[in-house]
Design a protein around this ligand. Structure first.
Ligand SMILES: Cc1cc2nc3c(=O)[nH]c(=O)nc-3n(C[C@H](O)[C@H](O)[C@H](O)COP(=O)(O)OP(=O)(O)OC[C@H]3O[C@@H](n4cnc5c(N)ncnc54)[C@H](O)[C@@H]3O)c2cc1C
Length: 462
């Protein structure tokens, strides 16, 4: 590895390449700082998990062209309290929610197009706005703006060392394809995501179950910078063994499968483990977001695998998927294709069909069956039978570093790193100590990224 000389001209160095980093870089530049953004991924994979996102949550007192009705500060706060069950820093949560009120026009002013909920293909939502063209289009728009306003953008550039002294970040070491560069920015904004792509770290936190986890997003969220921050004395927040885990198609890629691998048809059939046994009520939650509850359950199954089994009618009720289901003309033949014991799957299906009680289709439940199916219990009787193998898909963990309301990283002794700021998933656990709200990931990264960039520019100007 060769080393090139230290750069002295940068006010603000932003580490990362997703929504937090881009919002930080653009905000810092618009506040007069010279800015460099370093993204570990190559250009073709830039944008972290943000390129998989579709929508973001925002407080609004009146309707806008991108979001109908209203969603006030207290309603947003109540939703956050409900999902985190109190594991949220109230001060930072208020900063986030109030910041969300102006983030949509700010993103629009920086080139991001939002969808009119009245004429788009995405669901109508009072609480979230949808990106026109999805997260990748949003990311491309922000990169174009960043380049236009003079931000230096470096791909294939990984921060590999983060020396700190006297509460300050010093020479940052960047590896650019085997060439080492030292950069001494006046302020540093760390927006490099979580650590969910580090298998060894996941194994430390989840034990052997980590091997069965699919990582839904970027392989570049390795948590290397997070580890360096913690080693330098940053205060940890959250729990690395808790995460936002959803049911995904086991045939999808082990990383970066994105949103299309989610399995959303669970209420239309039964779910069995690798012993062909049912283990939870498939009718308990029929909302569109039920897949988010099933990730944790599948993570508890032997081998972290489960199978959704449907008949032809169930399949007709299900939404289309990226990969077609595995099909067979009988339950026994389906079991063979899935590698399950045919007799065991036949017995489970027979027992389920026999336990179905009467009533309206949607309310129909099983009787004297454990676990029950409490809604939508319809016999699996009409071939062809169809199945999806499912694994737990990890989006992010509830773990990161503590920050103050100016986004400065806090040390374990309560003091601050004077010139080190953090935004996005690397500090999300401050407000999202557990649970998840649709659209909160991007809101959190964009609002806190923008704020961190402004604060970093202010610090650099002193
Ligand atoms: C499939 C999927 C769908 C999602 N859908 C939604 C949605 O619809 N709405 C929503 O709000 N949220 C959604 N999320 C969550 C959301 O995408 C994230 O919470 C948010 O985008 C995170 O932004 P970020 O900038 O903090 O991190 P990321 O976008 O993950 O960016 C982290 C960046 O840091 C870079 N990096 C890491 N380490 C280094 C290093 N050492 N040096 C340099 N660069 C480094 C990475 O390459 C990456 O570009 C989804 C996530 C996934 C995986």
């Amino acid at each position: 590895m060769s080393t090139v000389s230290a750069s002295t001209k940068i006010d603000v160095l932003v580490v990362g390449g997703g929504s937090a980093a881009l919002c930080a870089a653009i905000a810092a530049r618009r506040h007069g700082a010279t800015v460099r953004l370093v993204e570990h991924a190559p250009l073709s994979l830039r944008g972290g998990n943000t390129r998989h996102a579709r929508n973001f949550r925002l407080m609004h007192d009146t309707a806008h062209c991108y979001v109908p009705d209203s969603y006030g500060e207290d309603a947003f706060m109540n939703d956050l309290h409900r999902v985190t069950r109190g594991a949220t820093d109230a001060t930072l949560a208020r900063v986030l929610i109030r910041g969300s009120a102006t983030i949509a026009p700010w993103l629009q002013a920086n080139g991001v197009a939002l969808q009119d909920p009245g004429c788009g293909v995405m669901p109508y939502s009072q609480r979230t706005a949808f990106f026109l063209g999805g997260g990748k289009t949003m990311i491309n728009a922000l990169y174009a703006t960043a380049a236009r306003i003079g931000i230096e953008i470096c791909y294939d550039s990984e921060v590999v060392a983060l020396p700190t002294s006297d509460g300050q970040g010093g020479n940052v070491v960047i590896d650019r394809g085997g060439i080492t560069e030292l950069v001494s920015p006046k302020a540093l904004v760390l927006c490099c995501g979580g650590h969910q792509s580090d298998r060894a770290w996941l194994r430390d936190s989840f034990g052997d179950a980590a091997d069965g986890l699919v990582v839904r997003g970027t392989p570049y969220a390795t948590g290397r910078v997070l580890r360096m921050l913690l080693d330098a004395g940053a205060r940890p927040v959250g729990d690395p063994s808790q995460g936002h885990i959803v049911a995904v198609d086991a045939r999808g890629p082990p990383v970066d499968g994105g949103i299309v691998t989610r399995i959303t048809a669970i209420p239309s059939g039964i779910v069995v483990d690798r012993n062909a046994q049912r283990f939870h009520d498939e009718g308990e939650d029929a909302r569109k977001t039920h897949y988010a509850r099933w990730g944790e359950r599948i993570a508890q199954c032997p081998g972290q695998i489960a199978y959704l089994i449907m008949d032809a009618h169930g399949r007709a009720r299900a939404l289309p998927t990226a990969l077609p289901p595995i099909e067979a003309d009988s339950i026994a033949a389906l079991a063979v294709k899935l590698g399950l014991d045919p007799a065991a799957l036949e017995a489970t299906t027979r027992g389920f069909n026999a336990a179905i009680a009467g009533g309206e289709l949607i309310q129909r439940r099983t009787a004297q069956l454990a676990p029950a199916k409490s809604h939508g219990a319809v016999a699996l009787a009409v071939p062809p039978f169809a199945a999806y193998p499912m694994r737990p898909g990890l989006t992010f963990t509830h773990f990161g570093v503590a920050v103050d309301p100016q986004m400065r990283v806090i040390k374990s002794d309560g003091s601050r790193f004077e010139n080190i700021f953090a935004a996005g998933m690397i500090m999300a656990a401050n407000v999202l100590g557990r649970g998840y709200l649709a659209g909160l990931g991007v809101t959190l990264s964009a609002v806190f990224g923008r704020l961190a960039g402004e604060e970093a520019a202010r610090h650099a100007a002193r």
